[in-house]
Design a protein around this ligand. Structure first.
Ligand code: SF4
Length: 250
């Protein structure tokens, strides 16, 4: 009798858990369909408003890497001036950049701000590239996305945003780049908490969007446009292309 009750109880529990589990799966699926739709709606509105951005503005993959380091904490126009100085001296070649003195490098990249720190970071990166991959970008990018990301994160001065920018914009590896604008905009849209971590926010996009380099490339660039032009520290909501998106928190 005890054993029959136990068996019935276990079967009942199993049926209960199975039904809850399958309801949860349906709910989770609906939530993820809903999230995919929301993220794609926002993307479509941004694309309609700003048009294609065609990032990254650079001639070579090495130039993308240099730009990704120089753009930390500064506007892109300042980076362009620093890059132009490096080009004039024909230093946008790994071996040549490795040979130049750190003081000379710092002087050339003054327009990008924090030039002593950034000269050190460029040197760290170029040492890594030359010592580990013989200065060869093809060899570096054939290392595999996860390996390379982990290795880049070990280079002093390269954080997740810079590493992911290098992977996406220089190597065409489909990783979503997150920045301060992404966090600000998507928390104001009530999609995430404003204390969400880089990895959590990145995985929201990567789990819900098709794994597509062009989409990730444009989406990040469009987020930057929205952050610069509308969703500033003090938001300029009039005319914002995503103002009508459901769930807005402002
Ligand atoms: S409506 Fe305002 S707060 Fe919302 S995303 Fe646009 S600028 Fe930011």
């Amino acid at each position: 009798m005890i054993s029959k009750n136990l068996t019935e109880g276990v079967n009942k529990d199993a049926r209960f858990y199975n039904s809850v589990f399958s309801v949860n799966s349906v709910v989770n699926q609906r939530m993820s369909d809903n999230m995919r739709e929301r993220l794609m709606d926002i993307y479509s509105e941004l694309l309609r408003h700003f048009g294609r951005q065609n990032w990254w503005p650079a001639k070579t993959r090495f130039e993308v890497c240099v730009g990704a380091i120089l753009t930390q904490n500064t506007a892109w126009q300042n980076v362009e001036k620093a890059i132009a100085n490096l080009k004039k001296k024909r230093l946008l070649i790994p071996r040549r950049l490795k040979k130049v003195s750190i003081d000379k490098l710092a002087q050339l990249i003054v327009p990008s701000g924090y030039y002593n720190i950034k000269a050190g970071r460029l040197k760290e990166f170029v040492d890594f590239l030359c010592e580990r991959y013989d200065g060869d970008m093809d060899r570096m990018f054939s290392d595999g996305a996860d390996n390379l990301r982990n290795s880049l994160l070990q280079v002093k001065g390269i954080g997740p945003e810079t590493a992911d920018s290098i992977l996406l914009y220089a190597a065409s590896i489909p990783v979503f780049v997150v920045d301060a604008y992404t966090k600000r905009i998507f928390s104001r849209l009530n999609i995430v908490d404003d204390n969400i971590s880089y990895d959590e926010l990145q995985s929201l996009f990567m789990k819900n969007l098709p794994n597509n380099v062009t989409l990730f490339n444009e989406y990040h660039a469009l987020i930057v446009m929205l952050g610069k032009n509308y969703c500033k520290q003090k938001p300029k909501c009039d005319g914002c292309p995503v103002k009508a998106c459901a769930g807005h928190g402002m």
